[in-house]
Design a protein around this ligand. Structure first.
Ligand SMILES: NC(=O)c1ccc[n+]([C@@H]2O[C@H](COP(=O)([O-])OP(=O)(O)OC[C@H]3O[C@@H](n4cnc5c(N)ncnc54)[C@H](O)[C@@H]3O)[C@@H](O)[C@H]2O)c1
Length: 329
């Protein structure tokens, strides 16, 4: 396949681009490098520097070649910032996606895979969360992703652009071959933050809330290895010959925040400095995915189910790249 990967200089997009290249596919990465890194674009991929907010440049990039599939990762994705700057998130995420989707319909692209999110499901609810569960975004970030999912419904009905909306939970880990890793700036994800605390690269970790109704009182989250995510993206493209699909995507096993700390300590052999902090408003106790749909329909199975295996790949990359893809910002 020839694939256009927006956001392919970012964490998830770069790993999916790498998996596509490893599978013998041709990849063009489209990215504005606003949060991504040029060095994260895998070797063998071509790179075009485009901001999807620029409708004409987006149209030109999509129209330049014939794509077997477009994979759309580019977005603003900080939930907390979206609570302070809701219009920025609602405007930018939807507008950039609209520019891309409209260009895809104009240039007769028929398959698109979209990075959606567990943030579509706000509030406390019975776990695990299935793709048919009620949508109730807890943030403008989540809402912007839902608006894009709805846009894709109309792009299919009216123009036949078939799409896979993949709602991932917490992406984690790194390329097991050490070619790529996670370098968000600022970093907000628990596993890389815990690893940096263990490596002495940050003062210590705050654990928000000790009295959740979970096995050790800390929040439970579903961590899915980024290479398992990549596998799911490639399988999802295969489903798009005749229909659009929506899948929740997680490994289905929840791990508590405390278990993440214990795992990093076990795998690194180092102590993680941490302290208790107040609960953060809006943090649900448990967020675990029911991925029955993607498993049954595509045969997908996560290969990295043990937390230690996920942590190990992330730790190895961080140890080899203490400054991530470059000097500290
Ligand atoms: N990381 C997670 O745990 C997670 C969980 C659920 C959903 N997601 C979604 O997955 C996608 C990728 O997440 P990530 O963690 O890799 O984020 P990331 O910030 O590492 O990557 C996003 C990439 O998109 C690029 N980009 C942003 N705006 C752009 C624009 N206007 N034009 C062109 N490029 C642009 C950035 O430069 C970056 O390379 C996002 O859509 C995010 O909402 C991520």
């Amino acid at each position: 396949m020839k694939c256009l990967v927006t956001g392919g200089a970012g964490f998830v997009g770069s790993h999916v681009a790498q998996a596509l290249l490893d599978g013998g596919h041709e990849v063009v990465v489209l990215d504005d490098l606003s949060t991504g890194h040029r060095a994260a674009v895998p070797q063998g991929a071509r790179f075009v520097h485009v901001d999807l907010a620029d409708a004409a440049a987006t149209d030109a990039a999509v129209g330049a070649e014939r794509w077997d599939a477009v994979l759309h990762f580019a977005a603003l994705s900080l939930v907390g910032v979206s609570m302070r700057e809701p219009f920025l998130y609602l405007r930018r995420n939807t507008m950039t996606a609209l520019n891309l989707i409209e260009a895809c319909t104009k240039h007769k692209v028929t398959k698109l895979v979209f990075s959606s999110t567990a943030a579509l499901f706000g509030g406390d609810r019975p776990d695990p969360i299935a793709s048919g569960d009620p949508i109730d975004p807890g943030s403008p970030y989540g809402e912007s992703k839902y608006l894009i999912e709805r846009t894709l419904v109309w792009a299919d009905r009216i123009f036949g652009l078939q799409s896979a909306c993949l709602r991932y939970f917490n992406a984690a880990g790194a390329d097991p071959k050490g070619r790529l890793g996670e370098d968000h700036r600022p970093e907000t994800h628990l596993i890389p933050l815990t690893i940096d605390a263990a490596l002495g690269r940050r003062p210590g970790l705050k654990l928000f809330g000790s009295d959740y109704p979970t096995r050790d009182g800390t929040c439970v989250r579903d961590y899915i290895h980024v290479m398992d995510l990549a596998d799911a993206h490639i399988r999802a493209i295969g489903e798009l010959d005749s229909r659009s699909v929506t899948y929740n995507l997680g490994n289905g096993l929840g791990f508590t925040n405390m278990e993440v700390i214990q795992s990093v300590e076990r795998v690194s052999g180092r102590r993680v400095p941490w302290e208790w902090a107040e609960r953060r408003p809006g943090d649900p106790a448990v967020l675990v995915a029911d991925s029955a749909g993607v498993r049954a329909e595509t045969g997908w199975m996560p290969r990295y189910q043990q937390l230690d295996d996920i942590v190990e790949t992330a730790l190895r990359w961080r140890e080899a790249h203490p400054h991530g893809y470059g000097e500290p910002a």
